[in-house]
Design a protein around this ligand. Structure first.
Ligand code: MG
Length: 376
């Protein structure tokens, strides 16, 4: 017992709903410490992702993204998870750590009771979707490792069907945009952020350099539906594949009108957070953008995918700025999607895992169990 207390003192590790600080090998030590206990033990630590380029959206700009890395240990096996908190979604290091401190998984002795465990986590408090996703992903990774299979296999998806991922180009000056288009050379499809008064300049600058298919994400930046339809026609002529969240999510009639009249499909992103938003998005958008950080993780993402498919909607799997942990978790669903936007880990300079890779622009799943990642 003494040595355990010393270990806790030395590493700053507290048992139960645990906060871990210090070096990453603390996690490995914690696993052996917990081996054989037959209880789920959650640990977590805050981390800050450094972006390679400042990321400019219609309404914000940033160079870092706060994340929380989680681990779920059970009988010596460890599942990895992650919460990513871009500021506009309202979660932060503080809120995620506060939420995770309330999560007591020691009451569960069977990790395979995922519905029960994740219903408990979801019921602790409203919101906190990224925090919930960090537990969900870690549980999926753990259970996949116990089954010795990756999730795309457990779900029965064909890894050959993964889509190309888009590479995101933020709103910027023509010089920076040209630089990013060069950087995006290996990618088959580019996702361009629009929604300011430079939209046509952005597209023209890119079209001077490449004929690749482009998709555009307006991030609710268009406010006039006639202008939005004019832009949709102009973008159609420029070879744009779809429009993501063209107008504010509250403008349901305007988005539905645009979807009905637009020559290219529309995708709801900000408007589609969780499972019960999928039915609401039907006929308002042509498709939905599923993101683990919006929908509390892989369990609900899989349900959204199934419902969206049943409604004959287009399905896109997206991401925040994330490490290869959350990206690889999302990639497990990608064989059943029309489009993937899983470049989050490519935009950061301090990833802590290897996992899903991108080869010639295509999402590549590996044979490793769970979500298929390893620590760097
Ligand atoms: Mg979006």
């Amino acid at each position: 017992m003494h040595s355990r207390r010393d270990f806790i003192k030395k590493t700053g590790l507290v048992t139960g709903a645990t906060m871990v600080t210090g070096s990453s090998n603390v996690f490995a030590q914690a696993a052996s410490e917990w081996a054989g206990k037959g209880k789920l033990q959650l640990s977590y630590k805050p981390y800050t992702l450094q972006l390679k380029h400042a990321f400019n959206l219609a309404t914000s700009s940033r160079t870092t993204t706060p994340v929380v890395l989680t681990q779920l240990a059970y009988n010596g096996i460890i599942g990895y998870g992650e919460a990513s908190m871009p500021p506009y979604l309202g979660e932060s290091h503080e809120t995620v750590l506060k939420f995770l401190a309330k999560v007591d998984l020691s009451r569960f002795e069977d990790p395979f009771q995922m519905e029960k465990i994740l219903d408990y986590v979801d019921g602790i408090e409203e919101g906190n979707k990224a925090a919930k996703a960090s537990v969900d992903i870690a549980l999926h990774d753990l259970v996949g490792k116990m089954m010795k299979q990756p999730w795309y296999k457990i779900w029965g998806f064909d890894p050959a069907n993964t889509p190309n991922t888009s590479f995101t180009i933020g709103i910027d000056t023509p010089e920076v945009v040209r630089q990013k288009v060069k950087e995006a050379d290996p990618y088959k499809i580019l996702k361009v952020k629009l929604g300011r008064d430079t939209d046509k300049l952005m597209i023209e600058t890119i079209r001077e350099m490449t004929d690749k298919p482009l998709c555009v994400d307006i991030n609710q930046g268009w406010t006039d539906r006639k202008m939005a339809l004019d832009m949709a026609h102009w973008l159609h002529e420029k070879g744009i594949v779809f429009l993501e969240q063209p107008m504010p999510k509250e403008r349901i009639d305007d988005n539905a009108w645009l979807t009905e009249n637009s020559p290219i499909p529309t995708i709801g992103d900000e408007a589609v957070q969780r499972l019960d938003d999928v039915l609401k998005a039907h006929k308002v958008y042509s498709g939905i953008n599923i993101k683990l950080m919006k929908c509390t993780g892989m369990r609900e993402a899989h349900k959204m995918l199934t419902l969206g498919r049943a409604l004959d909607m287009k399905i896109m799997i997206g991401c925040m700025t994330e490490t290869s942990c959350a990206i690889s978790a999302a990639a497990q669903l990608s064989p059943m999607t029309d489009w993937a936007d899983l470049d989050g880990a490519l935009l950061i300079s301090n990833d802590v895992y290897t996992g899903t890779t991108i080869k010639d622009g295509k999402v590549m799943l590996n044979d490793k169990p769970g979500i298929g990642i390893q620590k760097i």
